[in-house]
Ligand binder design. Sequence first.
Ligand SMILES: Cc1cc2nc3c(=O)[nH]c(=O)nc-3n(C[C@H](O)[C@H](O)[C@H](O)COP(=O)(O)OP(=O)(O)OC[C@H]3O[C@@H](n4cnc5c(N)ncnc54)[C@H](O)[C@@H]3O)c2cc1C
Length: 426
Amino acid sequence: MAVAAAAPSAEQLKEQTRAWLARELPPGWMEAVDAGDDAKYTELRGALDYADWCVRFGESGYATPTWPAEYGAGLSLTTAEAKAVNEVLTHYRVPRPSNIIGIGMGGPTLLQWGTEEQKHRLLRPMATNQEIWCQLFSEPGAGSDVAGLATRAVRDGDEWIVNGQKVWTTFAHLAKWGMLVARTNPELPKHRGLSYFILDMRSPGVTIRPLVQITGESEFNEVFMDNARVPDSMRVGEVGDGWRVSVTTLMNERVSLSGAGSVGGETIGGGTLQKLIERHRPVADALARQRLAQAYIESRLIRITNQRAAARRKSGAEPGPEGSITKLQQAEFNQRLQKLAVDLEGASGVAWEGRGLHGVDAGSSMRTEADDNFAIARGFLRAQANSIEGGTSNIMRNILGERVLGLPKEPDPSRELPWSEVPRNG
Ligand SMILES: Cc1cc2nc3c(=O)[nH]c(=O)nc-3n(C[C@H](O)[C@H](O)[C@H](O)COP(=O)(O)OP(=O)(O)OC[C@H]3O[C@@H](n4cnc5c(N)ncnc54)[C@H](O)[C@@H]3O)c2cc1C
């Protein structure tokens, strides 16, 4: 789809987006949303072929509007222009691709560091949800200090042979591609001996074992690489420059996790803060009313901080340490909010009857009160990970202290030592 070359106005972009949706969404969808007809929307959403929709949505460019159109998915819009498009998509409750690690982190990394060949090969199926991505950074002995990782990649002609273990790898069981950071030179200090690769998760030598989390689900995995091979053409950035490439991924991860990207900013068990307020209105308890008001204020503050960060990116800057502000704010806010939701629910927030563990989708007409209760409990349990995933809240505070407030750097005696000489367990 071609967007007018001479900078289109926000109104024009909204109109183009509405026109595209009117052609592509099932008949009656937009009318149902505009009329607030939830039952009709739910019926149409249930009947939608999600995989087919994701292909059409991705190829149209609307799924990733800021990506250059030349790679088969994107509209070459600026961040400000994309905001107009996203407003329309959000309004019409358009299903988005589930490939959030790919689109939120892999895409921006490839756009900054990838070769033309990699961009042409990988971006389109990422945006269309046909190839899911995961992030192979954390290891059993390297999480916060990810630069200390031990997975080795050794060059063998046009290929690299990879050995090691990753952990907490979200979506590895679904993924076609993994963003892999491996040590290519152990004789250099830890940040300088790393390289960044795109690993085919289905290649020989890659074993994926799911981990069960507190909600009973298995979102993440252990990944073992035993003589797995990666072609050198799938290296991103120069040999030894993997840390710089990784920082791009990590900065974009913080933006995704702070509510500014694809992850919603104020959800409770699949609903919005507004729904929580409506669910319990009128709230008789004065303390609960105060907590709800506080949650509302905090959610607005996060939104404004995100807007400020977006304005900075609009001027061409890549995501910087300000992503750590909203990542930290969002993680701690969401934990307070989910706790409030459980508290307001009373006994049914911790015990419910009926369906199995996973309940029924938020959009389903089969949904019952018990599903809502479970969703709230699940939201509370899942939120415990918010202050760990994508860098812990302690690490966000370190980054803010050092890079925003200009405080002295935390001492790290291992920083300049060759990695092979750094003491470690095992
Ligand atoms: C739900 C979830 C999904 C995840 N998905 C992925 C994924 O897809 N891919 C991936 O690579 N990783 C993933 N992770 C891993 C995540 O990035 C790590 O768990 C995180 O970086 C922390 O590392 P760690 O668990 O090894 O804890 P550690 O680094 O061992 O930290 C333990 C504790 O020490 C504190 N600490 C450590 N260093 C410092 C310091 N310098 N200053 C102050 N405090 C410090 C930490 O804050 C923490 O409280 C995921 C984690 C979760 C919970």
